[in-house]
Design a binder for this molecule. Structure first.
Ligand code: ASP
Length: 587
C-alpha cells in the first residue's frame, strides 16, 4: 500500500553519499534496485538518476517486516544514518561503495508491478520491448547518462551562442508546405477546409527571413520533420542546432562552429583544437571516395592512371583513353592475407558493385590477379600507391567519381575489418565547395545538392546555364569520423540570382511564386549577404555517448518502422475528428 510522502525531504541523492558523510542523518528517495535478505540482515540498493546507495536493515524487527515487502522498482523513502561499510563489503566499483545507510525508517511510497525486464545494463531484452516500456528502459543507468549528456550539450550550446551575440528565436511548427527534398508532414486545417499546414523540414526560409529582418545572428535548437522512408538510423522527427548569420562567408561560419564544437566536446573531456581541416568535395571524393571521409585512418586512394596509360594491359589502357581512371589504395599489412582471404575480399567488392577488383602483392617478383601485367608495371603501381612490402595494393578502373566511390566503400569495409575505427579518436573535417547541382536521370532535371537557396561560388556563377554540372557551391558539411554531423551554406541574397536558380531547377516563375512567393518578395527589400548551418543534435550526442544508434540518445524515439510503440502512434482517429477536418479516409 502506498504511503504519503509526508514530511520526508531528500537530503542526498542516491549517488551522492561519500565517506565524508559518515555519521550524517540522511533521507534518500528512490526506486528499489535490488533486495538481498541474508537472514538477520537485509541489504536494499536504492536507485535514482544520480546512482545507487546501499541501505541496510539490521537488528530491527519492525523494519525487517517492511523490508520483506519490498520488490524491485517499488518507490521508497529511507531515513537513517550513514556508516562506513565493513572492509569486506566495500564496493570500489560504486561511487557510494564505501558507505551504507543504516535504516531507521523505510516508507513505501508506491508499489510496482514486476517489470517485464530487469532494470540492468545486461538485461537480455529486445528493442521492441524496451521501446514499449520506454519509461522503464529510461531508468537504466546508461540511458539516464545519455539523457543527462544531451541536456548538458544543449545547455553548452545555448551558453555559447548567448555569449557570442546569437539570439534564440522560435520559428513556426505549423508552416507552409514547400516540398523540395523530403516529403512534408501535413496538418489539415479545420478552419480553412481543404487547406494544410506543413511541419517544417527545417526552418530554412524563416531563418533567412530573420536575416532580412535585421536579427543578425540567430540560433535555435529545433525539431524538424521529414516524412522519409525510414533508413537504418533515421527518425521522422529530429533535432537540429540551426544557425544563421548576416554578412557571412563560409569562413565566418567555420569560425563560429569550431569553438562551439570545442565547448560541446569538453562535455566528455575531449579537447577539439581549431582550426578544423578543410577539404574541397572533389578532393574528398578523389582521395577517400566519399563526401564524408573517415580520417581516423589512412588507406588513401591514389590515382595510378599514369602508370597504366601506356602499359601492356589493354583493358586499363582503353578505360583511360576513354576518359576513365585507374585508382587504388594500399592495405597496410595486407600482404599477410591468404589467397582465400583475398578471394573473400574480391567477392565482397563484387557485391558492392565493382566490375573487377585487382590486387597486387609486393614481393620478388610482385604478384597480381592480372597475369598480363609485367613486373615493371606492378612495381610502378606499388610505388605509385606508396605500398610497403607488408602491404597489399587494391585497384579498380572506370569513371573517376564512380571508381573512387567504390574504392571508398571498400576502404571503409577494410578499416572495420582491421579495427582501424578507433572510438577514442575524433577526426573532424569541413568538406567544402560541394557541387551546386546534381542531375537526376529519372526525370531528366537538375536538383539542388543542398537546397535551392545555396549560393554558387562567385567564380562559377557564369556557368549556371552553360555548364551547370561544374558549378561549385558555397556549401559545406561538417564531418566527424565519417558521419555528416552538420551542413550549411552561404545563401543567395540577390533576388535575380535566386530566380535564375529556380529556372535552372526547372521551377517556373509561377510555381516559384506559388511556393516561395513571400520569400522571393522579401529578398527584394534589402537582404544582407548571409549564411548558416544546421548541426544534428541526435547524431552528435550519439557520437559523444559512444552509441551507434541515435535511438539511444532520444528519450522517446520511434522504431525503424516509424512507430511509437509506447504511445501507439500513429493511430486511427474518430469519425468526428475527421469530419471537423473535412477529411475522408479512402481505402
Ligand atoms: N536547412 C539546412 C538543413 O536542414 C541547413 C542549412 O543550410 O543551414 O540541412
Amino acid at each position: 500500500m502506498a504511503e504519503p510522502l509526508g514530511d520526508l525531504t531528500r537530503t542526498h541523492t542516491c549517488g551522492g553519499l561519500r565517506a565524508d558523510d559518515v555519521g550524517a542523518e540522511v533521507v534518500l528517495l528512490g526506486w528499489v534496485h535490488r533486495v538481498r535478505d541474508l537472514g538477520g540482515v537485509t541489504f536494499i540498493d536504492i536507485r535514482d538518476r544520480a546512482g545507487v546507495s546501499q541501505v541496510v536493515v539490521r537488528e530491527n524487527e519492525a523494519l525487517a517486516t517492511v523490508a520483506k515487502k519490498l520488490r524491485s522498482e517499488f518507490v521508497v523513502g529511507v531515513s537513517g544514518v550513514v556508516q562506513r561499510r565493513s572492509p569486506e563489503t566495500i564496493n570500489t566499483k560504486l561511487a557510494t561503495g564505501e558507505v551504507e545507510v543504516l535504516a531507521r525508517e523505510i516508507r513505501i511510497l508506491n508499489e510496482a508491478k514486476t517489470p517485464p525486464f530487469q532494470i540492468a545494463e545486461d538485461s537480455p531484452v529486445s528493442e521492441d520491448v524496451r521501446l514499449k516500456y520506454r519509461y522503464l528502459d529510461l531508468r537504466r543507468t546508461r540511458l539516464q547518462h545519455h539523457i543527462g549528456l544531451r541536456h548538458r550539450v544543449t545547455m553548452a550550446v545555448r551558453r555559447y551562442f548567448d555569449a557570442n551575440g546569437f539570439w534564440e528565436i522560435e520559428t513556426p511548427i505549423l508552416a507552409k508546405s514547400t516540398p523540395e527534398g523530403a516529403r512534408d508532414f501535413l496538418v489539415p486545417s479545420r478552419i480553412h477546409a481543404g487547406e494544410f499546414y506543413a511541419l517544417p523540414q527545417s526552418p530554412q526560409i524563416f531563418k533567412q527571413i530573420l536575416m532580412i529582418s535585421g536579427m543578425d545572428r540567430y540560433f535555435q535548437i529545433v525539431r524538424c520533420f521529414r516524412d522519409e522512408d525510414q533508413r537504418a538510423d533515421r527518425q521522422l522527427e529530429f533535432t537540429q542546432i540551426d544557425v544563421e548569420m548576416s554578412f557571412a562567408r563560409p569562413e565566418s561560419v567555420y569560425g563560429v562552429i569550431e569553438p562551439l564544437m570545442q565547448q560541446v566536446f569538453k562535455e566528455i573531456g575531449h579537447e577539439v583544437r581549431p582550426p578544423i581541416r578543410r577539404m574541397p568535395y572533389s578532393e574528398a571524393i578523389a582521395r577517400y571516395g566519399s563526401d564524408k571521409p573517415d580520417l581516423r585512418f589512412g588507406l588513401e586512394i591514389r590515382d595510378l592512371s599514369d602508370v597504366f596509360r601506356n602499359a601492356e594491359f589493354r583493358v586499363f589502357k582503353d578505360i583511360i583513353a576513354g576518359g576513365g581512371v585507374v585508382r587504388g589504395f594500399a592495405v597496410p599489412g595486407g600482404n599477410k592475407y591468404s589467397r582465400s582471404q583475398i578471394d573473400v575480399l574480391v567477392d565482397q567488392a563484387k557485391q558492392m558493385g565493382f566490375t573487377g577488383l585487382i590486387w597486387v602483392r609486393p614481393g620478388e617478383p610482385p604478384l597480381s590477379s592480372v597475369k598480363a601485367l609485367t613486373e615493371g608495371t606492378l612495381r610502378a603501381a606499388l610505388a605509385g600507391a606508396s605500398a610497403a612490402n607488408e602491404d597489399l595494393l587494391l585497384m579498380a578502373a572506370g569513371p573517376a567519381e564512380g571508381t573512387s566511390k567504390l574504392l571508398g566503400q571498400l576502404r571503409l569495409a577494410i578499416a572495420k575489418k582491421e579495427n582501424l575505427l578507433d572510438p577514442e579518436k575524433f577526426e573532424f573535417l569541413w568538406v567544402t565547395e560541394f557541387p551546386l547541382l546534381e542531375y537526376h536521370e529519372e526525370d531528366g532535371r537538375w536538383y539542388a545538392m543542398h537546397h535551392p537557396f545555396t549560393a554558387p561560388l562567385d567564380a562559377d556563377i557564369e556557368k549556371l546555364e552553360s555548364d551547370p554540372g561544374v558549378v561549385r557551391a558555397k556549401a559545406y558539411d561538417l564531418v566527424l569520423n565519417g558521419s555528416e554531423i552538420g551542413g550549411g551554406s552561404v545563401r543567395i541574397h540577390d533576388a535575380a540570382l535566386q530566380s535564375r536558380m529556380f529556372k535552372r531547377l526547372g521551377i517556373s516563375d509561377e510555381e516559384a511564386k506559388e511556393r516561395f512567393g513571400f520569400f522571393l518578395e522579401a529578398l527584394e527589400y534589402g537582404t544582407p549577404p548571409h549564411g548558416g548551418i544546421a548541426l544534428g543534435v541526435d547524431r552528435i550526442v550519439a557520437i559523444l555517448a559512444g552509441e551507434s544508434s541515435i535511438r539511444e540518445v532520444i528519450a522517446f524515439p520511434k522504431t525503424a518502422n516509424a512507430v511509437d510503440l509506447m504511445a501507439g502512434a500513429p493511430s486511427p482517429v474518430d469519425a468526428k475528428q475527421l469530419r471537423e477536418l473535412h477529411l475522408k479516409i479512402q481505402n
